[in-house]
Design a protein around this ligand. Structure first.
Ligand code: AP5
Length: 189
């Protein structure tokens, strides 16, 4: 049985950047992880059904549909063998409020060993979102981002209570990507 590590962070915090570099450096050491993007699993089904044209539209879908897409993705990911990183969200900001990224039925399919929150200062996240022209990021202010990061910590604690997983916070500060990659590699080894 491999390790299952869930990695989350608010959009634009740079979690995918940290994951990609850590996986490639670990692979050079002979430690292999498969990286599965939860949003991509959901998007494959949602776009196949003609519900969305891009991944940023998914968080605006009706709640029941998002839940169904979550369940499908979790069932698919649960079948994956070996060491797995699941790149996803602790909570998703929808027009009707925060949606748990890993509600009970998703958690019970995945049963992660470790849950990681990638965080950094809110002003850095705002700048990263503004300079990313490839995505349709939510335009949010400093306070909204603080609330989202705080809410994510509270949800991570509840995920730990439900599964017995550990929770680790990795800071991905501006121009200190190598430091966050080192921290993540330590956890994944
Ligand atoms: P997802 O695919 O995860 O998209 P996302 O949230 O936008 O995450 P990204 O991977 O695009 O951003 P990131 O934060 O990893 O930042 P990046 O590395 O690109 O999710 C898509 C959708 O799927 C969600 O909106 C949701 O609808 C759905 N979904 C997913 N999981 C779900 C779930 N469990 N339940 C329900 N729905 C779910 O980096 C951003 C920028 O920062 C880059 O320009 C990068 O160069 C820069 N950067 C990174 N690190 C640094 C650094 N240290 N210093 C300076 N710049 C940096």
């Amino acid at each position: 049985m491999g390790k299952k590590v869930v990695i989350t962070g608010v959009p634009g915090v740079g979690k995918t950047t940290v994951i990609n570099q850590a996986i490639s450096e670990l692979s050079a050491e002979g430690v292999e992880y498969q990286d599965i993007n939860f949003g991509s699993c959901m998007f494959e089904v949602a776009s196949g059904q003609g519900l969305v044209k891009d991944r940023d539209e998914m968080r605006k879908l009706e709640q029941a549909k998002q839940r169904e897409l979550q369940r499908n993705a979790a069932q698919f990911i649960a079948k994956t063998e070996g060491n797995v990183i699941i790149d996803t969200h602790c909570t998703v900001k929808t027009p009707k409020g925060y949606l748990a990224g890993l509600p009970e039925w998703v958690l019970k399919e995945l049963m992660p060993d470790t849950f990681i929150l990638v965080e950094t200062d809110e002003d850095q996240i705002l700048m990263r979102r503004m300079s990313d022209e490839t995505r349709v990021r939510d335009a949010e202010g400093y306070r909204a981002l603080c609330e989202h990061q705080q809410f994510n910590r509270a949800m991570a604690a509840s995920y730990a209570m439900l599964t017995g997983c550990t929770v680790k916070i990795v800071v991905n500060a501006d121009n200190l990507l190598d430091k966050s990659v080192e921290e993540l590699k330590e956890i994944l080894r």
